[in-house]
Design a protein around this ligand. Sequence first.
Ligand SMILES: C[S@@+](CC[C@H](N)C(=O)[O-])C[C@H]1O[C@@H](n2cnc3c(N)ncnc32)[C@H](O)[C@@H]1O
Length: 359
Amino acid sequence: MPEDAVPGEMSFYAAMLGDAGRPLDDAGRPLGWLLEGMITAQVTTVLARLGVADELAGGPLTAGELAARVGAAPDPLSRLLAAAAVYRLVRKDDAGRYALTPSGDLLRTGAEGSARGVAVGFLGPPHWRSAGRLEEVVRSPDPVNPAGPGGIYEYYRKDPDEAAWFARAMGRVTGIMVEQLARAAFRPLASGRIVDVGGSRGTVLAYLLRALPAARGVLMDRAEALTEAPAYLAGEGIGERVEVVAGDFLREVPPGGDLYVLSQILHNWDDENARTIVRNCHRASRPGGALMVIDWVLPEGPEPSLAHVMDLIMMMVLGGRERTRARHEAMLRPEGYELVRDTPLAGVMPWRVLEFQHV
Ligand SMILES: C[S@@+](CC[C@H](N)C(=O)[O-])C[C@H]1O[C@@H](n2cnc3c(N)ncnc32)[C@H](O)[C@@H]1O
């Protein structure tokens, strides 16, 4: 795109709308760009899946050379790359070789702040299919879980490779959360035996155990979500202090915890299932135990929040929902938990740490 191009100049859908596709407000985002999301998301996620950026890290390559390396068909790949150049993920030289742009380089596995896990893990087949059924969900008078019973997690049970990509994506995003916890020098109100329920590879647990040297941890998740956890925990220097347990938190959670952690768990579920998970924590907990909920908490007021976008994603892919703080309190109180501290995290993501104690 020429340096002086206005936003939307190289947008297919903005072009199709003519003058009406131009930016309408200070945000400078033409309507056409919003319609283009399907194409830009697919171009990006497929480049990431193929590992194109990993191959281009060694220097420019033609589409034919790349095709052989990433296991793609030459003609379709050359067309994908040409479209990716429109979106400035790659650049083509006069000799027909492609090189990475700074945004394309972010799709490389080892890039600092790599986006590859997110680009693959959060835009995989279960997310994509569910998103295509949004109208049905919105029209239905009864709650619809478009991903089917069990949501994306049932899909991952049958496809461990996709499960591993999802866990990498979670690790990346929760890594940002943990940076914010560290910046705030956050310490939970309870310690001792800490059970990370649905903890994925254990990003939050690793933070807590590093912050609390005397604490020990239990990491619990579905088996397919835990494949990379032992290596990750060992790399964080806490492998010896963590017991890794596969299980189903809708049935039971590991017993004897002083602190149960539900990080980005309750938002995956409707109220009934969320209550079941909380009840299982309460039942398994040591007397007087604590529960720490971290989620994308909805604002009480009318202001737009990224929590509203996450809420929509939860509705589409899991039949879950985000909640206000008041709704969390109302849901947990009958299960025997009282809110004792609310810590909003700084940053764009509207995460809050809600800490509860047995009533
Ligand atoms: C949104 S991720 C959150 C992961 C982690 N707590 C974090 O904040 O990064 C939800 C996690 O719940 C796990 N999960 C889903 N259903 C489960 C079940 N029935 N039993 C145990 N874990 C489950 C998933 O495998 C996934 O790791």
